[in-house]
Write a protein that binds this ligand. Structure first.
Ligand code: DX5
Ligand code: ZN
Length: 213
């Protein structure tokens, strides 16, 4: 497998200094910038808007946008100009296949996110529309939560499925990722590690990113 990608989550950056914060993780070798969009309905928190995403894109890192919102069609259209990957939660729509088709029709890489309690067994039925599977290893809504170790089995399940089908989808893990669990996640088959607090609260961000690889 090619080298693991690291996607620092802006949620853990200092909101009063976003441009500098993003520049430091870009210089420290981040592959993607993970941007959490929360609407106060699907999850009980609010984060960034469309204009913030548009401006962050101008800083040069490809944006990995994680939509934790109910109003998917609106959000997909609104954030489509800024995203490299656009990921929706499976729990947010009864029409997941159609939603993923819509993302791909906009020329973006499509992602599907699974909450900790969501089983991955629907994946065979949307696999043709999925470029990335995001496995939540905390319950979505906040940064800085503790990693749920039971999710490692889900990562292994998805990796087996992808290998058996000969697919090329990325497997992204999001929530509570640190150097302590990065290895087990890589071995289970993760290809992108999201890390918010671990990277942004580190004294040496380059060293923190290296320790995740
Ligand atoms: C949680 C978000 C995560 C969060 C991860 O709902 O999806 O991306 O920023 O933050 P850490 O790495 O601090 O758990
Ligand atoms: Zn996220």
């Amino acid at each position: 497998m090619s080298e693991i990608k690291v996607a620092p989550s802006v949620l853990a950056a200092d909101p009063l200094c976003l441009a500098e914060e993003i520049a430091t993780v870009k210089d420290a070798g981040a592959d993607l910038l993970h941007l959490d969009i929360m609407d106060g309905h699907f999850v009980p928190n609010l984060t960034f808007g469309v204009e913030a995403a548009r401006r962050m894109k101008q800083l040069g890192l490809p944006l990995d946008i994680h939509l934790m919102v109910d109003c998917l069609d609106w959000a997909i259209s609104a954030f489509s100009g800024s995203a490299e990957y656009l990921t929706v939660h499976a729990e947010a729509t009864p029409h997941l296949h159609r939603t993923l088709q819509y993302i791909k029709s906009l020329g973006l890489k499509s992602g599907v996110a699974l909450n900790p309690s969501t089983p991955p067994d629907f994946l065979p039925f949307v696999a043709d529309q999925v470029d990335l599977v995001l496995i939540m290893t905390v319950n979505p809504g906040w940064g800085g939560q503790a990693f749920i170790p039971e999710m490692v089995d889900k990562v292994s399940w998805v990796r087996r499925f992808i290998v058996e089908r000969g697919l090329s989808a990325e497997i992204e893990v999001d929530g509570g990722v640190t150097a302590d669990n990065a290895r087990i996640l890589r071995e289970a088959g993760a290809s992108i590690l999201v890390a918010g607090s671990y990277v942004f609260k580190a004294a040496h961000r380059q060293a923190a990113i290296s320790r995740l690889r």
